[in-house]
Write a protein that binds this ligand. Structure first.
Ligand SMILES: [Cu+2]
Length: 566
């Protein structure tokens, strides 16, 4: 039974306080842009053939194989734009034991490596920290022991090294890894530290999906560059305050670390593995032809059957795999992967006053181009069925009728909170404990104000916003405008339901058809005013894990909590 009660907190005064704290008096909350506006190209499109297929031509090692590789985090520089090279952070990797082909670099990119393993393999990653700050490695989406999960409490000092050892138990799919030191995740990831783990197994191989050079990982990221081609992480002044609140948004779209990517393809099907490795950018991915997208997999691997959707929402941390058949295209055709316009996630008039980012969330832009350069004969056809997805039944949950609530909201001090709390490295609250083996329903609510703050403000009148003219219609007119991609460590979950507040519904309608919820997920986009229920079974490992927002500025800003499986 889904509760229809929505918490109409008295948010108006709170919003006023937040913005007046930023020196903003009046604001409009009209979201920018219309939906499904044709994408416009970014300026300065110089065609670069991305050297990304070469990395995909490797076969996975045998099942039950052991793989040990070093992962050295260090500062280096990389040519990205014409002119000066860009100072980046990057992992260098080398296989120490096992199949040397299991770990491959992404040529010419700060990203990588790509690690290919079969389910059942035992992996040891040896992190060497050559940065001047502590770092660690989180294996996003992989269910690994808590001590190998790369949590903020377990960091590796500069000059030190540490091993992460785990067995790969996940379903075939696309996973990734990145640093997770508290307060520094956003900057380290932004400056380049991220790689992929691709899991396969014999059942998947038997499906005969596009493989080798037709199996292409594509890491989507946005970056901001200064006049000397250097990454701008958090800008100064008002723009910097915007970055801290909204998350860092860049106006250049990079695919596998390259701008303006034009990928040559032949007239045959491809498997595209997309990761949104951005800090705060949320893509609404579509084809420039207007054709629907065929989805093979989401975060937790292959779906039970391919799904056809008009577009795909891809929030930071999420992965999606597409079947892209260029068979019907002609040599000479160029087909773009674009991000379409959507609503609900920008601050509208406030953004204007504070210096709206050049490419705000919700704007339309090109992501990359597929240039059909040669004919090919392919006998591959899209399988009608992929891999079984065992449905978790809500009725089996220990809390089927009373989901465990997680309220994602801004707290008193303009900080980011979950259930009114910010991250505490050594604390697990009583209501953050889970019994090993239990099935639970969790509810992620995206609200404007944290519960404590909202309670304290109950009964306050609305004169503040009335006096300052920020009064679109109605009591709940002071809308939440932040999306929170919620990531849970140590599990994969299934989405049970989504419900959205009436005041946010119109904006939500511009994204809802791209929320691919039918498979296993580890990161779920929770739009403004939305409540998402998920069900999961805590049968991986005992110990401390994390739930946090994967907008990395929100995460570093405290929107993260432990939970303990015990
Ligand atoms: Cu967030």
């Amino acid at each position: 039974m889904f509760s229809t009660q929505y918490h109409h907190h008295s948010l108006s005064r709170r919003r006023f306080l937040i913005y007046s704290g930023l020196g903003v008096v009046a604001l409009g909350v009209n979201a920018c842009g219309g939906s499904n506006v044709p994408a416009t190209p970014l300026p300065a499109s110089t065609a670069v053939a991305a050297p990304i297929t070469a990395a995909s031509t490797v076969t996975a090692p045998a099942q039950d194989a052991a793989l040990t590789f070093s992962l050295t985090a260090r500062a280096t520089e990389m040519p990205i734009l014409p002119g000066a090279a860009t100072r980046v952070l990057s992992y260098a990797a080398a296989v120490e034991a096992g199949d040397p082909a299991a770990v491959s670099a992404v040529p010419g990119s700060y990203l990588g490596p790509i690690v290919r393993v079969e389910r059942g393999a035992t992996v040891t990653a040896r992190l060497r920290n050559e940065l001047d700050t502590p770092t660690n490695v989180h294996w996003h989406g992989l269910i690994v022991p808590a001590e190998a999960d790369g949590q903020p409490a377990n960091v590796v000092a500069p000059g030190a090294e540490a091993d992460y050892t785990f067995t790969v138990n996940n379903r075939p799919g696309t996973y990734w890894f990145h640093p997770h030191p508290h307060g520094h995740t956003a900057e380290q990831a932004y400056r380049g530290l991220a790689g992929l783990v691709i899991v396969s197994d014999p059942e998947e191989t038997a499906l005969g999906l596009p493989a080798g050079a037709q199996d292409i990982p594509l890491v989507l990221q946005d970056r901001k560059f200064d006049a000397d081609n250097q990454f701008v992480f958090i800008a100064g002044g008002m723009a910097g305050m915007m970055d801290q609140m909204m998350g860092v948004l860049g106006d250049r779209i990079l695919v596998n670390g390259q701008p303006d990517v034009v990928l040559p393809v032949a007239t045959q099907p491809y498997r595209l593995r997309l990761l949104n490795g951005s800090n705060a950018r949320i893509f609404k991915l579509g084809w420039s032809t207007g054709a629907p997208l065929t989805v093979l997999a989401t975060d937790g691997g292959l779906l039970a059957a391919p799904a056809t959707v008009p577009y795909v929402m891809l929030a930071p941390g999420e992965r999606i795999e597409l079947w892209a058949d260029f068979g019907p295209a002609a040599v000479g055709d160029e087909i773009k992967l674009v991000s379409l316009a959507y609503e609900g996630v920008e601050a509208g008039g406030m953004g204007m006053m504070m210096g709206e980012p050049p490419l705000p969330n919700g704007a339309a832009f090109d992501v990359m181009t597929f240039a059909v350069t040669e004919p090919a004969q392919s006998t591959l056809t899209l399988p009608a069925a992929l891999l079984p997805v065992a449905a978790l039944v809500v009725g089996e949950a220990v809390n089927a009728t009373s989901p465990r609530p997680f309220i994602f909201a801004m707290g008193d001090a303009m900080n980011w909170t979950i259930n009114g709390r910010t991250y505490e490295m050594d604390v697990v609250a009583d209501d953050e404990r889970v019994r090993f083996g239990d099935v639970e329903v969790w509810e992620f609510s995206n609200e404007m104000a944290a519960p404590a703050a909202a309670g304290a403000m109950a009964g306050m009148d609305h004169s503040a916003h009335a006096q300052h003219g920020a009064t679109p219609a109605g009591d709940n007119s002071m809308r939440d405008f932040m999306a929170h991609p919620v990531h849970v460590h140590g599990v994969q979950f299934q989405v049970v339901s989504r419900e959205v507040d009436d005041a946010q519904r119109a904006a939500w309608e511009t994204v809802k058809d791209g929320l691919v919820d039918q498979g296993w997920k580890d990161t779920v986009l929770v739009m403004p005013g939305e409540r998402v229920r998920v069900v999961t079974r805590f049968d991986g490992y005992r110990g401390l894990y994390l739930i946090h927002c994967h907008n990395l500025e929100h995460e570093d800003g405290g929107m993260m909590r432990h939970f303990e499986v015990e």
